[in-house]
Ligand binder design. Structure first.
Ligand SMILES: [Zn+2]
Ligand SMILES: [Zn+2]
Length: 138
């Protein structure tokens, strides 16, 4: 059985609120560039587009991601993005996640799961139910 592990979380809205307007402007512009670069990459992945478009789109996503990361490192600071042991915090956007397996509303366990209690999913709270279903299938 997996060990319980409960990473700390990063609250982007709280961090944003502490930034000066020029810092918000720098990060915001790069975030917009990154999202548009993702749109280009998504489009070129499904559409038959000229090579120049796909190549420029791929380069733009790498550049936008690198610039966004560097800008956030500079203005938000790693001390707010990592715990005291130097491990990255989990962004709060994922919502609650299981302290044992890491499942979340965006990535449920196979067969589905629910919350047995805060930060513990039903699959991990009752592993015997999982064993029983495996026996029943075989
Ligand atoms: Zn779990
Ligand atoms: Zn789960």
């Amino acid at each position: 059985m997996a060990e319980d592990f409960r990473p700390g979380t990063f609250d982007g809205a709280a961090a944003w609120a502490t930034l000066a307007p020029d810092q918000q402007a720098a990060i915001g512009a790069r975030a917009l560039e990154y999202v548009v670069a993702c749109e280009v990459q998504n489009f070129t992945a499904i559409a038959n587009v000229p090579l120049a478009w796909a190549r420029a789109g791929e380069a733009s996503i790498d550049a936008a991601q690198a610039e966004l990361e560097a800008c956030v490192d500079t203005h938000v600071g790693q001390e707010r993005m990592y715990d005291t042991a130097g491990r990255p915090l989990v962004p709060s956007v994922v919502g609650m996640f299981c302290r044992r397996c890491g499942c979340s509303q965006y990535d449920a366990c196979d067969g589905g799961c629910d919350w047995a209690e805060p930060y513990l999913c039903t699959t991990c709270a009752d592993p015997k139910a999982d064993d029983a279903s495996e026996v029943a299938i075989s």
